[in-house]
Design a protein around this ligand. Structure first.
Ligand SMILES: Nc1ncnc2c1ncn2[C@@H]1O[C@H](COP(=O)(O)OP(=O)(O)O)[C@@H](O)[C@H]1O
Ligand SMILES: [Mg+2]
Length: 367
């Protein structure tokens, strides 16, 4: 039997886009979040955790539960799972929440990562700089996002400031990876264990925030494509994952290096809304509701996604470009806030590049 009512922990743009994809499949959505004026607000009821019997009401109104963030309370997920299925499961969530656990999982599965060490004291930090070799990236093991909770130690003189900035947290020191570009692969697994992978995307960040994703990745060898697919499928099966998962990768001369995973739909997969037959959102909903997975094939040869960050910008301009698709999240403007994105699809890279040039202001000035 397929689930009909999906409960989402959170009510941001990812939940909104899940609901936008699931509604035509006759799925209803209920959101569990304190905020009521959020991106998902008009797409289903929001139940506020602070109200009485909120969890009971939430669970009574849904068949299956999912979540938007890898920072979702894993104890809450475990509790919910006693009465309703939660996908992705607790194992996927806990392993994504802790960078050491995550990297050890990669290592155990033969998925290449940067060398890393646990750091809890300044002496351990100094030792890590010697053992891993400089530069290193020092990160909090939990709660980091968009480059927050991180410091790069380039020389010995950076050790003090990095330690002062991050001390008091459990830390991971990672060898600095000299990558040529950042890639991501998204895949989905259903309840029966069938998997599908999306084409890899190339991701440009600035100030730790994703700005542009492009598909296909120019000049990517078949070997690397296969390597990425094998990494993510191994991961999905090992975790017993149900739903969408994302793996962030560094592209290097000696192969792909895994950076981190997210047990959820991902910003670098927003292009799939118009770019593929079944988007990451639709396939996530299909997977967790027990429906057959849809095709992950690209509709046209090229696609891109530009994040709208901080300011809404000139919407008329986006709407005037025939192969551009505007997605807004009903969020107010605020510095560095993701408030929408633009998808582009075309039959050539030139067309994509031209559209990106026309929309440069969104990449350069809206932050
Ligand atoms: N070991 C590393 N070597 C080089 N650059 C790194 C390394 N780890 C992270 N970075 C850079 O920092 C960015 C953010 O780090 P990431 O681990 O993805 O954390 P977040 O959870 O904030 O996305 C990455 O996208 C990459 O550009
Ligand atoms: Mg990241």
């Amino acid at each position: 039997m397929t689930a009909k009512r999906v409960g989402v922990i959170g009510s941001g743009q990812l939940g909104r886009m899940m609901a936008l994809a699931g509604t035509p499949l006759d799925i209803e959505f209920v959101f569990y979040d304190e905020a009521t004026e959020s991106p998902s607000a008009r797409l289903g009821e929001t139940i506020q955790p602070s109200t009485s019997n909120s969890l009971e009401s939430f669970l009574a109104s849904v068949d299956v539960v999912t979540y938007e963030s890898e920072n979702t309370d894993a104890d809450l997920v475990a509790r919910i799972n006693k009465s309703k299925p939660v996908y992705p499961g607790e194992n996927s969530l806990r392993r994504s929440q802790h960078r050491l656990v995550e990297k050890n999982t990669f290592r155990d599965l033969g998925i290449k990562t940067a060398n890393f060490l646990r750091v809890t004291t300044k002496d351990e930090l100094i030792k890590a700089t010697k053992e891993l070799g400089l530069p290193i990236v020092l990160k909090t093991t939990t709660m980091g996002y968009d480059g927050k909770g991180q410091a790069v130690v380039k020389t010995d003189s950076d050790i003090d400031s990095a330690w002062e900035a991050l001390k008091g947290n459990e830390l991971i020191a990672e060898a600095f990876v000299n990558f040529s570009r950042e890639l991501s692969i998204i895949a989905v697994r259903d309840i029966q264990g069938n998997t599908r992978t999306y084409p890899l995307a190339e991701n440009d960040h600035s100030d730790g925030i994703l700005r542009v994703s492009q598909v296909p990745v120019t000049g990517l060898s078949q070997a690397k494509q296969k390597e990425a697919e094998s990494y993510i499928t191994t991961l999905l099966d090992h975790l017993g994952h149900v739903g969408v998962i994302t793996l962030e990768l560094f592209d290097t001369d000696s192969g792909l290096i895994a950076n981190e995973m997210a047990p959820r739909v991902h910003n670098s997969g927003h292009w799939t809304i118009e770019g593929t037959a079944s988007s990451q959102f639709e396939n996530h909903v299909r997977a967790i509701c027990g429906m057959p997975l849809g095709s992950t094939q690209a509709r046209q040869s090229n696609a891109a996604m530009i994040n709208i960050i901080g300011k809404h910008g000139d919407r008329e301009k986006v709407l005037s470009i025939p192969n551009a698709f505007l997605h807004t999240y009903s969020k107010t403007e605020r510095k560095n806030r993701k408030i929408g994105h633009i998808n582009l699809i075309a039959d050539s890279k030139d067309e994509i590049e031209n559209a990106i040039t026309e929309l440069t202001e969104f990449i350069n000035e809206c932050g």
